[in-house]
Design a protein around this ligand. Structure first.
Ligand code: NAI
Length: 386
C-alpha cells in the first residue's frame, strides 16, 4: 500500500483546513520562518492612545471568561479595544482561522481561550497549533507562582517553564508506512532549540534567576532530544553566571511532585512542556489560576496556562476566571500598561488570598461572577494616584 503522508501547508482563505501531501522541502516542513529574521519589529496597533487587541474567545468556558475580562477592563479604564473573532469548532473550513490570524498580524497581540476542533477527520489540524505555527510563536512561558491564600499540595513555588511551542511532538507529521503501522515525527531543530535556550538564559539574566534546568529524554531519543540537550548546553556556556543542569523528563515529574523547590527556570521541548505545565498547575491550584504567554519575534498571544476548554463546566458560573484575568494582566504588561496591570493584579490577590472569594476548583463555594465582582470592587476602590 502506498504510504500516506500528511504535511503542513500555508493556509488559504476559503479552503478546507486540511493537511496536504505536497512535496515540501525538509526545511519547509520543519520551519515556517527563516532562520535569520531580517524584518524590523512589527509595531502593535495603537489608535488614539488605545491598543487594538484580537480576542479569540474559543470554546467551552472561553466566551464567559472573555466577558469577565471586558467587564474588568471597563472598570479599570484599560486603554484597550478588542476585535473579537469567533472560530466555529463545527466546521472544517479555514475562513475563521484565517481572519483570526490576519487580525493578530494586524494588531500584533491577542488574548485567547482554547479553540476546539470538533472534526474527527484525521486530516483536520488543531487550530491552536495552526495559530502558533502561522505566527511563529516559538516560545511559551508559564510563571508558576503560588498564591499564599490558595490551599494546594505544594506552597512557595516560583518556577518559570519555558517551552518550545511550534515543533517537537506537535509537528503534526504522521504517516502510515504500511497498513497498521503509523509513524509520528518529532521534529527538533538546532535553530529552534537555540532560540529557546537563548530566550531562557536571557530571561534568567534579566529577571535575576539563578538556575536553568534543561528537561529531556536524550537517553532514549538520542538524536532529537540529544540535539535539544546539546544545543542548550552549548548556549548555557555563554551564561557562566547562571547555573544550569539537566534532568530526564520522567525523573523531572517525580522531582516536581516531591521536591519542586529545587527548580527555578526550566526549558523543554513542546509535549514535555505541556505535561510539566499541567503537573505544576495541579500542584499549586489547578487549571483555573495560571496564565501562559506565547511569543514569537513579532507577535504575542496570551491565554490560560494549561489551555483547557473546560467544556463540562461551561455556562455553570463556576469556572475560575483568574487564569484568563491573569492572561489579560500579562497582555497589559506586554503593551506597556503597567499601572493598569498592577491594579488588576492586586485586586486579584486581595480577592482570592485576603477575602477568600474562591471558586469550587480551589475549594471555595463562590461563583465566577462573585470572584469577578469582588475584583471589580477592589479596582473601583483602588488608589489611582498615577
Ligand atoms: P478540560 O477542559 O476537561 O479541563 C481539565 C480539568 O480542568 C477539568 O476538570 C476542568 O473542569 C478543569 N478546568 C479547566 N479550566 C478551569 C477553570 N477555569 N476553572 C475551573 N476548572 C477548570 O481539559 P482537557 O480534558 O485536558 O482538554 C479539553 C480540551 O482542551 C481538548 O480539546 C484538549 O485538546 C484541549 N487542550 C488541553 C490541554 C491541556 O494541557 N490539558 C492543552 C491543549 C489543549
Amino acid at each position: 500500500m502506498a504510504a500516506r503522508i500528511f504535511m503542513k501547508r500555508p493556509l488559504e482563505l476559503g479552503k478546507t483546513f486540511r493537511k496536504a501531501s505536497t512535496n515540501l522541502s525538509a526545511f519547509e516542513i520543519q520551519h515556517k520562518s527563516p532562520l535569520v529574521k531580517k524584518q524590523q519589529k512589527i509595531p502593535v496597533a495603537l489608535y488614539g492612545g488605545r491598543h487594538a487587541v484580537t480576542m479569540l474567545p474559543g470554546s467551552g468556558i472561553g466566551p464567559e471568561l472573555m466577558a469577565y475580562v471586558r467587564d474588568v477592563f471597563r472598570y479599570a479604564g484599560a486603554p484597550v479595544d478588542f476585535e473579537t473573532i469567533n472560530i466555529n469548532p463545527n466546521t472544517d473550513e479555514s475562513d475563521d482561522l484565517i481572519h483570526a490570524i490576519t487580525s493578530i498580524k494586524r494588531n500584533g497581540v491577542a488574548i485567547k481561550g482554547n479553540i476546539e476542533t470538533k472534526s474527527e477527520d484525521t486530516e483536520v489540524q488543531s487550530r491552536n497549533v495552526a495559530i502558533r505555527n502561522e505566527l511563529d510563536l516559538f516560545i511559551n512561558v508559564l510563571n508558576c507562582k503560588s498564591y499564599p491564600g490558595v490551599k494546594c499540595r505544594q506552597s512557595n513555588i516560583d518556577i518559570v517553564i519555558i517551552r518550545q511551542n511550534t515543533e517537537g511532538e506537535y509537528a503534526m507529521l504522521e504517516h502510515e508506512s504500511v497498513h497498521g503501522v503509523v509513524e509520528s515525527m518529532k521534529i527538533v531543530t538546532q535553530s529552534n532549540s537555540e532560540r529557546v535556550a537563548r530566550w531562557a538564559f536571557e530571561y534568567a539574566k534579566r529577571h535575576g534567576r539563578k538556575k536553568v534546568t534543561i528537561v529531556h529524554k536524550a537517553n532514549i531519543m538520542k538524536l532529537s532530544d540529544g540535539l535539544f540537550l546539546e544545543t542548550s548546553r552549548r548556549i548555557a556556556k555563554e551564561y557562566p553566571e547562571i547555573e544550569h543542569n539537566d534532568m530526564i523528563i520522567d525523573n523531572c515529574c517525580m522531582q516536581l511532585v516531591s521536591n519542586p523547590h529545587q527548580f527555578d527556570v526550566m526549558i523543554m521541548t513542546n509535549l514535555y512542556g505541556s505535561i510539566v505545565s499541567n503537573v505544576i498547575c495541579g500542584l499549586i491550584g489547578g487549571a483555573g489560576l495560571l496564565s501562559g504567554r506565547n511569543y514569537g519575534d513579532h507577535y504575542a498571544v496570551f491565554e490560560p496556562g494549561t489551555r483547557n476548554t473546560g467544556t463540562a463546566i461551561a455556562g455553570k458560573n463556576i469556572a475560575n476566571p483568574i487564569a484568563m484575568l491573569n492572561a489579560s494582566v500579562d497582555m497589559l504588561e506586554h503593551l506597556g500598561h503597567q499601572q493598569h496591570a498592577d491594579m488588576i493584579q492586586q485586586a486579584i490577590v486581595k480577592t482570592i488570598c485576603e477575602d477568600n472569594i474562591q471558586t469550587p476548583d480551589l475549594g471555595g463555594h463562590h461563583s465566577s461572577s462573585d470572584v469577578v465582582q469582588r475584583v471589580i470592587d477592589h479596582i473601583v476602590h483602588s488608589d489611582r494616584t498615577w
